[in-house]
Design a protein around this ligand. Structure first.
Ligand SMILES: Cc1ncc(COP(=O)(O)O)c(C=O)c1O
Length: 418
């Protein structure tokens, strides 16, 4: 359920007409519903009430400070993958003790920063990384809390580019090496093993790969404990999918009861890292029609948002439902909805059924709250777009549209001294 519905034929975000925001701030822009974010967070956390659980929102899905602040106020921690994300989480008011640091390539500087602020745990991806964390912790005279990320060699059956738990993926420590790597931690006096972690992919719509992976993790925890490792925390990552179109992913309740059933008797604290599930359907991208280009073969609707603003369709061939902001009684027609960028992949939808639109009409791309703004760029020298959040009948700008002065102002023409 989300909070983007038509009232009197006009699309509203909660109780704010989208057209009002467009008139006030121009297009394109992202708009998020605080009620949807809150609802998704509440449903998810309620589903896990049987066991002590820390929900670390995956900051990469939506890193806007206002969104993080809202989630933090609901009790969320943060799953981060860079110093920038840790800084964002902290700037949004999330305590360091609720921040986990994942990622296959943490730099020495990032490790030092994370140790310095006292994050909850490093999710470590290799023996080499363990070495580096140990060195840095020793310099700072402290213990680093670590969990090793296991690659359970499970195919998540999701898009190839967002699958992370197969042997051939770059993530985690291979299943056959994992015991050795935990044994290796015993030789490092500045490492404090607190748990085990895994994350097998994103946008999973089938529960089976999760179950397969988590059963393997359970057997690993038992084995590690027998080897004297004090495993108290289980971080099972994120990845639960959402309906973009016709997908029918497991509900949070179904996912939670499978997890609780699988791991309850281990008596671990659970950490989860949902991203998309919390914010995906809590945001839309609003754009204006620039041109209707009618050719012999196809009708192209060129809109003012492009692949630099929402990358998922061009990068993963992802589906986003596209609707008009003003409801119409007219017959639908088949159109291609495209952006203005000079790449053939700058296409949001082919052969979509849309009611007829004209120049300056507004359209909305649904389910754009996750991996939308965070993956945007300034390709084609297009300024980063605005982000807005609504709460009931009020809205606030939570990221200003980048100005051309800001866009150009980062570049420096060198003044070579001859
Ligand atoms: C380590 C880790 N945790 C959590 C997530 C969040 O995944 P999702 O947004 O699918 O829940 C990701 C994203 O791929 C990730 O890499």
């Amino acid at each position: 359920m989300d909070h983007f519905n038509y009232f009197d034929g006009s699309l509203c975000a909660e109780n704010v007409p989208v057209v009002k925001i467009a008139n006030d701030i121009g297009t394109p822009f992202y708009v998020y519903s605080s009620a949807t974010i809150k609802r998704h967070y509440d449903v998810f956390s309620q589903a896990f009430k049987a066991i002590p659980t820390l929900i670390c929102f995956a900051v990469k899905a939506n890193s806007n400070l206002a969104v993080l602040n809202l989630l933090g106020s609901l009790g969320a921690g943060a799953d981060t993958v860079s110093e920038g994300e840790i800084r964002r989480a902290r700037a949004a008011g999330i305590a360091a003790e609720k921040i986990v640091f994942s990622g296959v390539g943490k730099s020495r500087d990032e490790i030092r920063y994370a140790l310095g602020v006292g994050i909850a745990q490093f999710n470590v991806e290799s023996r080499e990384e363990l070495d580096m964390i140990n060195e840095e912790a020793e310099i700072l005279g402290m213990q680093a809390n670590i969990a090793v990320r296991v690659n359970p060699d499970v195919d998540a059956k999701t898009h190839d580019k967002i699958s992370t738990g197969r042997k051939t993926d770059k993530f985690g420590v291979a299943w056959e090496d994992i015991i050795d790597v935990y044994e290796f931690t015993k030789t490092k006096k500045n490492l404090n093993v607190v748990g085990v972690t895994t994350h097998i992919g994103s946008q999973l719509t089938d529960i089976k790969p999760f179950k397969q992976a988590f059963e393997r993790i359970k057997s690993l925890v038992i084995n590690l404990r027998e080897n004297g490792h004090d495993i108290r925390r289980l971080d099972l990552g994120g990845g639960l999918g959402i309906p973009y179109g016709r997908e029918n992913p497991p509900s949070p309740e179904e996912y939670a009861s499978m997890i609780v059933e699988t791991i309850q008797d281990l008596n671990c604290q659970l950490v989860l890292e949902p991203g998309r599930l919390i914010v995906g359907n809590a945001g839309i991208l609003v754009s204006k029609v620039i041109r209707v280009k009618d050719t012999k073969d196809r009708k192209f609707i060129v809109i003012d948002a492009a692949m630099n603003d929402l990358t998922r369709p061009s990068m993963y061939g992802s589906y986003h439902e596209i609707i008009t902001v003003n409801q119409s009684e007219e017959d639908l027609e088949a159109v291609d909805i495209v952006g203005p960028i000079c790449e053939s992949s700058d296409v949001f939808g082919r052969d979509r059924q849309l009611s007829p639109v004209a120049v300056d009409d507004l359209v909305a791309l649904r389910s754009a709250g996750a991996y939308g703004a965070t993956m945007s760029s300034t390709y084609n020298s297009r300024p980063l777009i605005a982000e807005v959040i609504v709460k009931d009948n009020d809205y606030k700008i939570i990221r200003k549209r980048q100005s051309y002065a800001e866009l150009l102002g980062q570049d420096i023409i060198p003044d070579w001294k001859e």
